[in-house]
Design a protein around this ligand. Structure first.
Ligand SMILES: Nc1ncnc2c1ncn2[C@@H]1O[C@H](COP(=O)(O)OP(=O)(O)OP(=O)(O)O)[C@@H](O)[C@H]1O
Length: 348
């Protein structure tokens, strides 16, 4: 197994740059998500890794081997990367077993090896009982498991996923997340997974590349992305939270409850921004208090989502165990907050 690295990779279509000077080092066996809104360039990055697209500048290396550069392009079929698409891309007239074994047929693998490897792949995704069925006789989740088995039958070092859960309903997506995690544990393969769904990326990946307009915004573990977003745009994109205006402040600092009060009450300007996660709002506080008015209260089963208006007019999202009356005043404290660098497109 080898390290996969993108070094200052750019891709342009005509005069439009869709991937801009991207560098990432993906360690062997890592599960990496490429995350960003529609059009940010994540599928283009995956397609360059797969060899479906050339690179305009920079290079992609796999261990000692160059896969792509502006001068060189290793064809897709020589990369031995597994691939799983949103559409499953199964052959409708072939059984589960034939679909899974198809890449081995192309490689002209002998009969004995063929049988063993198809069997092993079906075991990993737990589809042995379905091996003689046609894709039309399977559920969406089962079809995606066939595609997973097929992606690993050639024993690839790297498996690429292009929004593989996008076609499934929410309930099934959650159970497929567990399937994907198990799949990663059992194969140990390096996985690169494209999604626009931040919750899915956080649930699956060891490391996440957040992209916007072809540029890397942040490259972090899910935990760091959540607790320490690099800027206001990332903070808005990842998880639940409120962004409050405050006195100008350096970005990327953790604030205590007392710091928060000082920054919110200082009237010398409000060019600073801080991120507050709902679990850090204490609605039964007795010190470092702020005043808020309850504007919305939504039942979520295990808790209520409360939205409060602060004295400066900003909205603060909190969790609570009981419902609160809309329009009522509430004392609260913010236990901790994270200061943000403003995004360039929102610097006012
Ligand atoms: N072959 C192409 N020719 C011209 N422009 C392209 C081509 N492929 C992609 N683009 C453009 O590049 C940009 C990035 O596309 P890409 O498909 O990588 O985004 P994405 O983040 O995967 O979006 P989505 O989630 O909608 O698939 C888009 O503006 C798209 O229109």
């Amino acid at each position: 197994m080898a390290r996969l690295s993108l070094n200052a990779v750019s891709k342009s279509f005509g005069d439009k740059t869709v991937v801009d000077n991207l560098s990432l080092t993906i360690e062997p066996g890592q599960f990496v998500a490429l995350l960003g809104p529609s059009g940010c360039g994540k599928s283009t990055i995956l397609r360059m890794l797969a060899g479906f697209e050339t690179v305009s500048a920079g290079d992609i290396q796999h261990g000692d081997q160059c896969l792509s550069s502006a001068k060189f392009h290793l064809p897709t079929e020589e990369r031995n990367f597994g691939m799983v698409f949103q559409s499953y891309a199964l052959w409708p007239h072939m059984t589960v077993m034939e679909n899974v074994g198809y890449p081995l047929k192309i490689q002209k693998v002998d009969r004995q090896n063929y049988q063993r490897r198809v069997q092993d792949a079906l075991d990993i995704v737990q589809l042995n009982d379905f091996k003689d069925r046609l894709p039309s006789q399977l559920s969406g989740g089962q079809r995606q498991r066939v595609a997973l088995a097929r992606s690993l039958v050639t024993e690839p070092d790297v498996i690429l996923f292009d929004e593989p859960l996008a076609n499934l309903d929410r309930h099934l997506r959650e159970s497929m997340e567990i399937t994907f995690r198990e799949f990663h544990r059992r194969t140990g393969a390096t996985m690169v997974y494209v999604t626009h769904d931040q919750a899915e990326a956080m649930a699956l990946a060891d490391q996440i590349a957040v992209l916007k307009d072809g540029q890397l915004m942040q490259w972090s573990t899910p935990e760091d992305l959540y607790a320490q977003p690099n800027n206001e745009w990332v903070a808005n994109f990842i998880g639940q939270g409120s962004i409050l205006r405050c006195q100008s402040v350096l970005g990327n600092q953790l604030l205590t409850s007392a710091d928060v009060i000082g920054l919110l009450y200082d009237q010398t300007g409000h060019h600073g921004r801080m991120l507050v996660r709902p679990q850090h709002v204490d609605l039964s506080a007795t010190s470092n208090m702020l005043q808020g008015t309850v504007r919305e209260c939504i039942f979520r089963g295990e808790r209520y989502d409360i939205f409060l208006e602060l004295e400066n007019g900003d909205t603060l999202h909190a969790y609570h165990t009981e419902p609160l009356t809309i329009g009522s005043a509430r004392q609260l404290s913010i236990q901790q907050a994270w200061t943000l660098e403003p995004s360039h497109d929102h610097d006012h």
